[in-house]
Design a protein around this ligand. Structure first.
Ligand code: SME
Length: 158
């Protein structure tokens, strides 16, 4: 299946799943589960939340993950600093990359912001055992999809 189709279906499913559900842990958990199941070629899908000036592990799928990531450390720490999506075609070439799972060869990390205030919430991190598994299509859709985690309130519906 084409990547665009995978993401469009995923967005529809997440919207239905999070309709009226505003609990963040529940929504983050189901979001990483669905992404892990549907997006091809993943060995990990992880939420990190920004708390006490560092990233702390949130709901995830995959192998045991690193629990605390300081600002500017690894790919996630860089995104926490720049607040910009990072696509890493070969993690072994990324200075300071944190290898939670030795199978990972490429990675994409997108920043997530609280709705309304736009404050930094954390990051969504996808890992792949394939080199060069992520591109701008993943970035565009993941940036659109990640904020669904905050749920859809009745009054926010169009
Ligand atoms: N590789 C990430 C660390 C998180 S794990 O991959 C789940 C990084 O370099 O920030």
């Amino acid at each position: 299946m084409e990547k665009e189709k995978v993401y469009c279906d995923l967005i529809q499913q997440l919207q239905a799943l999070f309709d009226e559900e505003l609990d963040l842990v529940a929504n983050m958990s189901n979001m990483v589960s669905l992404i892990f199941e549907r997006v091809p070629g993943l060995n990990g899908t992880t939420f990190y939340r920004w708390k006490n000036d560092e990233l702390i592990l949130g709901p995830f799928q995959g192998r045991v993950a690193c629990m605390h990531i300081p600002l500017q450390k690894g790919v996630c720490g860089k995104v926490a600093f720049t607040k910009k999506t990072e696509i890493v075609p070969d993690v072994h070439q990324f200075p300071g990359h944190i290898a939670c799972d030795a199978r990972s060869n490429s990675e994409i990390v997108v920043p997530v912001f609280w709705p309304e205030s736009n404050r930094f919430f954390g990051v969504l991190d996808l890992d792949s055992p394939l080199f060069n598994n992520f591109d701008s299509t993943d970035a565009t859709y993941l940036e659109q999809l990640a904020p669904l985690v905050f749920g859809i309130k009745k009054e926010d519906r169009m």
